[in-house]
Design a protein around this ligand. Sequence first.
Ligand code: ADP
Ligand code: MG
Length: 292
Amino acid sequence: MSAAHQNAAHQNAAHQNAAHQNAAHQNAAHQNAVAREILKISDLHVSVSGKEIIRGVSLTVRAGEKHAIMGPNGSGKSTLANALMGHPSYVVTAGQVELMGEDITPLAPDERARKGLFLAFQYPVTVPGVTVAGFLRMAVKSRLPKGAPETDHPELRNFRKTLGEGFSLLQMDRSFATRYLNEGFSGGEKKRLEILQMAVLKPKMAVLDETDSGLDIDALRVVSAGVNTVCGPDTGALVVTHYQRLLDYIKPDFIHVLMHGRIVKSGGPEMAHELEKTGYDPLEREFGSAPS
Ligand code: ADP
Ligand code: MG
């Protein structure tokens, strides 16, 4: 059996388990036996500067599921995350990405955002002159259909309230609202701001790239609580992390190991602890020299 088929088998088995686990809340929500697909990545190939980095990734995130992508540095995790968001430097050469059944592969990042996709960056940018509140309001506004007066949109009418709730959720001081975006923020504050954005935008599908790096334990708890609050039975999450630590707080339903641009192993949450013990070396020996 090929690695790809094994992955498919793993994923099917895993999804069956998830279907069991999710049965309770699905019944409560009167949903179908199989939760609908929020994000579907099919045989995705992505090149950066003419070099193929993602070499055939397939992955489905259903409603209510949290998936983690782990893997060594340089394996392509951020490339995958950026490609999902439609970053222009990351060129999809084959395959497709569907969001709630719609092919979003040709769409620009803002169109993807408007359809409910969110990416928390590994390295958030600093924008002097743009306040946190101003930026978040702009982000909310940019997702609304164009043309209608602002007062017609509850998202904008309730913005201050939503922002206040976000600050409470992330235990951030409200004085952050008037500070410039990420300017002088500590690593932990930048990450909190990413999750605050997520809390305000309420995406259908959240992709978090190494949201744990640079966080102390307290910040990690707060950020994880934020993620867990925002991710509900109708949303999906894809959490990219190099370490298992974050996964103690954001309990994923599935874990996938990315190596040299391919998912070489998928499994349940217990895999995080296996990987913590063994490291990536055994997988590297098995899959490391895959031809490109
Ligand atoms: P990870 O997030 O798993 O550490 P990345 O996706 O950042 O991995 O990087 C995967 C590979 O792609 C690396 O070899 C990296 O050098 C290359 N890469 C990523 N972004 C760029 C870029 N903008 N230009 C050139 N190479 C890149
Ligand atoms: Mg990365």
